[in-house]
Design a protein around this ligand. Structure first.
Ligand code: FAD
Length: 390
């Protein structure tokens, strides 16, 4: 039975939370709806934080104007952090001691950046997850400044591209011999390294950061020491070495762990508790820390609360913007054993078709955003027999 009058509490105020709230209201939920978010601002979009907002320092990435929440009866509790979950009493405890009850709970606390202990507590060392992080990093992007980016994943690469656009001297440090090789394979990973070198980024591979100088705790970092003895002089450092699901507040509950397990409707193992977004781990798959699945899972959790069936999931997709080129990954590239390239790698205009044991598993589109719907359809059609067989 649809539970349109029950109270729903959403913990976390990012994309998944926003989509859940919007879907609940759009689909007829009339009960109390509260969103508790540790950040002091209303839900906003994160992709601009490494792209246009980091480039210009201006812009408002809010999903909705402030009036939307009042108009839709969504109570935002901002700057409030959940600190514990009491499953038996259906209560969430906040850091300030207040307890919030719920009929249905959506866990949407996203993920937090991994940190490097060797760089902890240094004022010129940044991460990039929040609006506040983006503003702090933006202030360091002064023409001629030396920025070292630790980690050549998508966030590190996007920040490198944006920083180059601001006239910053960028060194990209990657511990692996090929960036993104675990996601895209060696050939495409090598293409990304070349892309950044062409744009004047110093790309150092097999470069593990070991230490920072001066060694004095709390002092700005002047130089990074690499494991092989090399040193990199810096004015600022961005650490982009991945994220971990934000489940610390669930410690002691049955949901604690490396991501909250969910089915396709966002249901966890505990009745009336759902999870969505970066914090969720779909059964039988890994976590997906991207925009499209976070939005879809937020809507799916809301639909489950209302007794509606889950909408069919399209093939996973992800985008990145670097040096004015839009890059899309549809499907999955990990484990592909063959890559066919259509187009020209040098002119940043190609499609890399990824196959595993002859079957299409994904496509990387570089500079070809119009082809995205076609590849989505092709991948959905190819995986159809698998779904029917499952
Ligand atoms: P989040 O957006 O992280 O929101 C979680 C919220 O919960 C946060 O506001 C957090 O403060 C809050 N919270 C955490 N703990 C608590 C607590 N205990 N109590 C209360 N609140 C809490 N994806 C793409 O597909 N393409 C891109 O180009 C792209 N670019 C990106 C660029 C950047 C800089 C970043 C950081 C991410 C990017 N992503 C991109 C990833 C995408 O933005 C995320 O996958 C998406 O934001 C996940 O949404 P979420 O709601 O699960 O988590």
């Amino acid at each position: 039975m649809p539970c349109v009058h029950q109270s729903v509490l959403i913990v976390g105020g990012g994309l998944a939370a926003q989509r859940a709230a919007e879907t609940l209201r759009a689909r007829g939920h009339h009960g109390p709806l509260r969103v508790v978010c540790a950040e002091p601002v209303a839900p906003y979009d994160r992709p601009p934080l490494s792209k246009e907002l980091l480039a210009s320092g201006v812009g408002d990435p809010s999903f909705r104007p402030a009036s939307w929440y009042a108009e839709h009866g969504v109570e935002l509790l901002l700057g409030r952090r959940a600190a514990g979950l009491d499953v038996a009493r259906r209560r969430v405890r906040l850091e300030d001691g207040e307890e919030l009850g719920y009929d249905d709970l959506i866990v949407a606390t996203g993920s937090r950046p991994r940190r490097l202990p060797a760089l902890a507590g240094r004022p010129n060392v940044h991460v990039l997850r929040t609006l506040a992080d983006a503003r702090a990093l933006r202030a360091a992007l002064v023409p001629g400044a030396r920025l070292a980016i630790v980690g050549a994943g998508f966030i590190g690469q996007e920040a490198a591209a944006t920083a180059r656009g601001s006239g910053v001297e960028v060194t990209l440090l990657e511990a692996a011999p090929v960036p993104l090789a675990h996601v895209l394979g060696e050939r495409l990973g090598t293409w990304f390294a070349a892309l950044h070198r062409e744009e004047g980024v110093r790309v150092e591979l097999s470069a593990a950061v070991d230490d920072a100088l001066p060694a004095r705790a709390g002092a700005p970092v002047e130089s990074l020491s690499l494991a092989d003895g090399r040193a990199v002089g810096v004015d600022a450092v961005l650490v982009g070495v991945g994220v971990v699901p934000e489940t610390r507040w669930l410690a002691g509950s049955p949901l604690a762990g490396d991501g909250v397990l969910v089915d396709e409707g966002g249901r966890t193992v505990i009745p009336h508790i759902y999870a969505a977004g970066d914090v969720a781990r779909p059964f039988g798959r890994g976590r997906c820390e991207h925009w499209e699945p976070a939005a879809r899972m937020g809507a799916a959790a809301a639909r489950s609360i209302l007794g509606l069936p889950a909408a069919a999931a399209p093939p996973e997709s992800f985008w990145s913007d670097q040096y004015g080129v839009r890059i899309h990954l549809v499907g999955e590239a990990a484990g592909a054993d063959a890559i066919d390239v259509d187009g020209d790698l040098d002119s940043r205009d190609f499609t890399a078709v990824l196959r595993r044991r002859g079957a299409l598993v994904g496509a990387l589109l570089v500079g070809r955003p119009r082809d995205l719907p076609t590849w989505r359809r092709r991948l959905a059609a190819e995986s159809e027999p698998e779904r029917i067989a499952a």
